[in-house]
Design a protein around this ligand. Sequence first.
Ligand code: HAM
Length: 423
Amino acid sequence: MPRTISAPRGARDILPEESAAWARVTEVARDLSSRYAFEHIETPLFERVDLFARSAGETSDVVEKEMFRVSGAKGSEEERAEWALRPEPTAGIVRAFIEHGLHVRPGPLRFWLIGPMFRYDRPQAGRYRQFTQWDCEVIGDPGPMVDAELIELASRFYADCGVRGVVVHLNSIGDAVCRPRFRQALIDYFAGHEARLTDDSRRRLHVNPLRVLDDKQLEPDIAAKAPKPIDHLCDACRAHFDAVRGLLDGLGCAYEIDHRLVRGLDYYTRTTFEFYVAGREGQQQALGGGGRYDGLVEALGGRPTPGIGFGIGLDRTVLAMAEQSVPLPASPPLVAVVGAGEDLGARLRVAGQLRDIGLRVRPDGSGRKLGKQLESAVKAGAAWAVILGDELSRGEVVLRDLLHGEQRALPLVDVAETIRPAH
Ligand code: HAM
């Protein structure tokens, strides 16, 4: 026998039993995107490697270690360029904003998308090589109101999905004015503890010291005494952060200040935030995260334009729903259409008529005995069977309640009314 082929490591099939939860999270995300007046955007699943290197940063994990490179075809320079499957959508959306000259539209512009992202990381529960994000971006709004609005939007998303105990972590990492001082304070501090840093952190110490603060293996006593970004904010960044906090307080949206929340992508300025299920903060299992990126449009060649957004991991949201046994709406009752003999055409026709009146219908296409067809219907989860026989010539069928074993003849047009009140 030929060997079977499995799905790639870190990529998953979503089987029907998981579909109800996926339908729920995507419906909630779409509905909120619309009610918060975001517009839908789609960008390619692959982009030039350069785009990610210049946005997320050369020393970010997504670029340094996790890039899913796609080798181009032979041919023109365009085709030979280096491409990568997108690790995150913000860079692509900002590229599209610049490329299509969207700055001329009345702003601020608000975009959303749902789609797959790719990171070549070591797979584990909740960390996949292909995963799905709901992403929202606001381009052209210097805030601080929009910062609070986005944090409230994400919090509402988890609540509407039924996930309980989601905590918001909040921080500000300053801007081009105050970041250099903070960077230097980090370098000075961590240089004094260099021997106890991980290899990655030692390597990044002088190029990207913020990532050292973010290192999950940083020893707790070193982390506890590390310089805090909010102690180094310039007046403008401090006023922005205080305003965001005041607005969140006014909304009754609880948050915790997390001094180590610098985020793993280099484009962030000022506000950063992440969402966790309470008690699971240490496990690198953020349900979502985002922040402000006031320098990104300019870094990618556009005119200076502020931006802010978040990405929510839908896979992790679905996992949290399963862990918390969040109840999901049951599917409408399933109706089987069965019959004796050579009446396949009639079964299809009747199935169509029942679907016309809104029922969920599965006709049996086999020539097996009626009893066998009814057995299969029960196994498939059908609550009702419509049995076709001679009565059909008078517009009647036999409706069998498969859960209670009762049946009676009735006009086909009355089937829906009989089924619906019962469920
Ligand atoms: P991120 O924090 O890299 O941010 O990813 C956002 C969310 O995607 C994470 O909190 C997590 O839920 C999910 N996620 C990330 N990697 C994986 C993985 N390997 N497997 C499963 N889920 C994962 C961004 O991507 C930014 N673009 C967010 C943003 C938008 N910032 C501004 N605008």
